[in-house]
Write a protein that binds this ligand. Structure first.
Ligand SMILES: [Zn+2]
Length: 70
């Protein structure tokens, strides 16, 4: 249980960093996140909390995987 919590916390850190990079590049926010990205991050964190561990590690689909899985 402790290990799982630790991993989820790390996942959240990763997601948070990704959203910050995205928001900074896409929405040109210089400090913190815009409203939209704050909502996105909150949603992602709720998902991580509720997700069974096997679903958390799902690879993010890339353009290549979408094309080849069609
Ligand atoms: Zn944003």
């Amino acid at each position: 249980m402790i290990k799982k919590k630790h991993r989820i916390r790390r996942e959240k850190k990763t997601v948070e960093a990704m959203v910050h990079i995205y928001c900074h590049g896409r929405h040109e926010s210089h400090q913190g996140l815009c409203y939209e990205c704050t909502e996105l991050l909150n949603y992602a964190e709720v998902r991580l909390d509720k997700c069974p561990s096997r679903r958390v590690k799902q690879p993010v689909p890339t353009a290549k995987s979408i094309v080849t899985n069609r």
